[in-house]
Structure formats: structure tokens, C-alpha cells
Design a protein. Structure first.
Length: 261
């Protein structure tokens, strides 16, 4: 290509690049404006809800600090919190009933939030020193440290359970109790969490999970575990159900097959 033609081509390329940069800048500014508008609306909705709760508190003479914390956190990260309010006492007690306080080993709770299920476990006879609380939200972590100083608190992502607890647990866990919004995650990620929990637990230990959904958080057809479900707890808001998963004893099943052969 002759030199003048090459220079002209380079100039055209430079103009196109400048146009692309200008368009990119405009798009970025537009996205920033949309994000600011969304944050303003989000903050406005959150403040309005908090004001309504405070008015209700003044009228009824009660305090709903945990509910306010949950609403604020849910507005900021709805899929991570998975609920607008803390679990109700009936639901928390239903979950705690599946944990044997006389069992040996730590009790791991995933996503305790403000601690309603933690409180139910302690009321059921589980010593706070046996509790290992895995919570991602820093606000909830500060609250849990103040309320349960004897418990072991781990701030981190519960979906990386083995990495968080593999070297921390000095003995296998007796149970894993989960308040995570499991239903919002892909089925493969849910199953990975369940497998990690089984690896950290004693054989037959329960993985206790609640959900507001009508469907099971992990269908039994996936195999490798047994499933038990509570009656629907209609008095909880919203209504919920407790699901309990236990690892199938593969070794025993293999032995039975070998004996029959």
C-alpha cells in the first residue's frame, strides 16, 4: 500500500477509535446515572420502610431492631439475604428440634443472620461454645459476637464451606443448620454445599434447611441422601417448611448387595 494511502487508512482508524472511545464514555456515564438513580430509589424505599417500622414501634411500645437490620441488608443484597425479616420463633424452634443437644461435636449454623435459630438451638440445650456460626454480612457478625461471645464466629461465604471449616473443626460436626437462601442458587451449587456439609459431619448427621418455596431445595432424585420434611409452618411469615437431609450409607448398601450375591 502506498504511503499516502496508508496514512489515510491510519487516520480513518484513529477517527473510528476516537468515536468508539466517545461512545464508550457516553455509555459509561449513562450506566453510572442509572446506578445512582437505582441507589437513590433503593435508599428511599429502605428509609420509608424503616420509618413505618419506627412509627409502629412507637405506637405499640416495642423495638424491632433485628427486623430493621434485616430489611436494610435485604434491600442492599436481596439474593444474599433471601428474606425480608428474620425467621420466626416457630420456624426457628422447628429447625432446632432436628438437632440432638446430647450429640457430640460442634453444631454449624450457616447464615444465622441476627440469630433467631441460634437462640432456638441454645434454648433447646445446645451449649453456645459448641456453635460455629458462618455469616457473610459484617453487620450481623458484629451483632452475633455481642450476643454469643462463646460461639465460634466465621465471617465468610458459606458456599465455600470446606475451605472455611476444614482446618477449623477439631472433630466432625454433629449437625449443620442452614438459613441460606439455597433456592436462589443453581442446583449444582446447592448440591456442592450439601456434599461439603456431609464431609464435615458425623455419619448420619442432619443438614437442616428451611425454605419458603413449595419445592424441595434439593430433590431426592439427585441421590446419595435421604430427605425428611416438616409440615408447612403456616404461622411463619411467609409460611415455610423445614427439610432435613442425611447422607445415605453407601458402604452398608454395598455390603448388603455383596451378601446377597
Amino acid at each position: 500500500m502506498p504511503l499516502p494511502a496508508l496514512q489515510k487508512f491510519e487516520q480513518q482508524i484513529e477517527r473510528q477509535l476516537r468515536l468508539l472511545e466517545a461512545r464508550k464514555y457516553l455509555i459509561e456515564r449513562k450506566i453510572e446515572r442509572q446506578i445512582r438513580l437505582f441507589e437513590q430509589k433503593r435508599d428511599g424505599i429502605g428509609k420509608k420502610i424503616e420509618d413505618q417500622i419506627r412509627q409502629f414501634e412507637r405506637k405499640k411500645g416495642i423495638r424491632l431492631d433485628d427486623e430493621v437490620r434485616f430489611i436494610r441488608s435485604w434491600i442492599e443484597r436481596p439474593l444474599s439475604i433471601g428474606a425480608v425479616t428474620p425467621s420466626g420463633r416457630l420456624l426457628a424452634r422447628a429447625m432446632a428440634r432436628y438437632v440432638d443437644p446430647a450429640s457430640e461435636g460442634p453444631i454449624v449454623e450457616l447464615g444465622p443472620g441476627t440469630g433467631p435459630v441460634t437462640e432456638a438451638l441454645v434454648e433447646a440445650g445446645v451449649a453456645p461454645s459448641r456453635l460455629v456460626l458462618v455469616e457473610f454480612n459484617s453487620t450481623f457478625c458484629r451483632l452475633l459476637r455481642a450476643r454469643y461471645p462463646e460461639a465460634t464466629l466465621v465471617q465468610g461465604d458459606a458456599y465455600s464451606l470446606r475451605r472455611l471449616l476444614d482446618t477449623l473443626l477439631l472433630q466432625p460436626a454433629a449437625a449443620v443448620v442452614s438459613g441460606l437462601p439455597l433456592i436462589t442458587k443453581p442446583i449444582r451449587q446447592r448440591l456442592h454445599l450439601l456434599r461439603d456439609a456431609f464431609d464435615l459431619m458425623l455419619p448420619g448427621g442432619p443438614f437442616v434447611q428451611f425454605t419458603y418455596s413449595m419445592a424441595a431445595p434439593l430433590p431426592k432424585r439427585l441421590g446419595g441422601f435421604s430427605v425428611e420434611a416438616s409440615e408447612r409452618i403456616w404461622m411463619n411469615i411467609p409460611p415455610a417448611r423445614v427439610w432435613v437431609y442425611r447422607q445415605s450409607d453407601i458402604r452398608n448398601r454395598k455390603s448388603d448387595i455383596e451378601c446377597r450375591d
